[in-house]
Design a protein. Sequence first.
Length: 506
Amino acid sequence: GNEDDEAPVDVPLSELKKLPACHMELEKLSFSTTHTVLVNVNEFHVGRLLPQSGSLKWDSNFVKMPFCDAQRSRWEDIQKYLSHLSDAPSPAKVEKAIKKYNPSYRDQWTFDALHCFFESIPEDERETVLHTLSKMAKLALKLPALCPKAIPLLRRGTNCSITLSQRQIGCLLANAFYCTFPHRNTTQRHSEYSSFPTINFSSLFGGSSERKNQKFKALFNYFRIITSEESCPFGLVTFQRCCLSKPPDWRRESAMFTKLHISSKGSIEEQGTGMLQVDFACNMVGGGVLSSGLVQEEILFLIHPELIAARLFTERLDDVECLKITGVQQYSTYKGYSDTFRYTGPHTDDTPRDEWKRLQRQIVAIDAVCFTRRREQYCVSSVCRELNKAYCGFQGDFNTPPDYLPAVATGKWGCGAFNGDPKLKTLVQLMAAALAQRDVAYFTFKDGQLEKDVQEIHRFLVSRKVTIGRLYHALENYCSHVHRTRELPDLYKFIRDNVTDTTSKH
Ligand code: AR6
């Protein structure tokens, strides 16, 4: 009826807030105790991008750099072998160099994926790859000049950010490709970096497969672009670790649901341009990007490889934490998914930049819980965990008025590799977005049924003016019903009945 007509439901994409239109002017770039800036800020203000000088640190709060004093003789080897390689590059030399300065792994690491990739491509592409390998080696060796200042680790439980140039990221990633980062080759329990993702590319080089071939294509495309004088981008990227200080009391929250655009067509990265794009993350950000994983997060990292740099310094995300990344560039296009994923060519990114010269693209990494048994997720503590995680990701900065918050672009977060129930996870995300005062663009990734079901329940919630607190209460009831009866009734029907029940009781 009329009530329905007024409800902000099923809005077209064009009605949701996006960057650059809703951009709020930034304060001048500056560093602070919680924001490390790796470019010289004064030079930046006069239009130059130069590394910030500083001293290295060799302790548990900073990235251990391969050219530190403690690593002098290894860095000499790195210089020697990478210079050889840059003069006359070949995949065999890549293998030889990497094994030379990582001698403990000589028998463990294999390079068949790199060799097979190289064999699989046509002659002219081989030339390009060799040329790129050479330039990457040169770029890697510029690390002491490009990143002289210690890079802090984004440790658990802290709200800290790092801003650096795309060129610095390129240099760090060239080093990661050539496996120069010390102490990063093992993630065994109790090892120094066991709570960090891997960063050296060694895991990419073995275990040849079509997936690996496609990954190499995307990565070499990235390295080709950033190692060329003409096309190396001139801008900054910020990595921000956010920790929810005080989780909301969901039961008492009275926020109403925000606008929703839902579609079974389109994807987060294309149709969600300018919005806060959700990375369906692993708590070790990037997940399997450097091994064989190839679902949403890995694809995101492959087409925007600057994201991979997060693995260098981002400790495993805790339940109430997320990582926000602003300014990464898209270098490649693709089609397909997982085994059918194919690199389809370079991408020209015309996203405008903000005052800090960052592309106006914001990605938020939030990791859902991986459920081994379906039932586990219908428990209040799991629902709460996911609500807090999503809210941590969607929450704006303290001083940003809602008018300046781009919508969230998301989809079946936690419902692929992680086995979540899309109906439940969607409500969780809608609740978190409502509390964060952001609208939602939801891409069901060809799931037509979910599109209809969510549309209906969203319309119901909005037209009945159901608060998120009240829906939370209904979810609690659902969980206890599941627990008590061992049945799994349809969640949306249960909510409609349950919420109607409470209305009539009042
Ligand atoms: N746009 C919209 N929807 C998508 C897109 C896209 N670009 N890509 C996939 N989907 P999944 P998870 C849909 O399995 O369950 C990684 O290894 C598609 O329907 O990537 O949270 C991470 O590193 C897909 O089934 O997310 C983690 O370890 C669903 O979203 C783990 O997977 C879920 O995508 C996270 O698994």
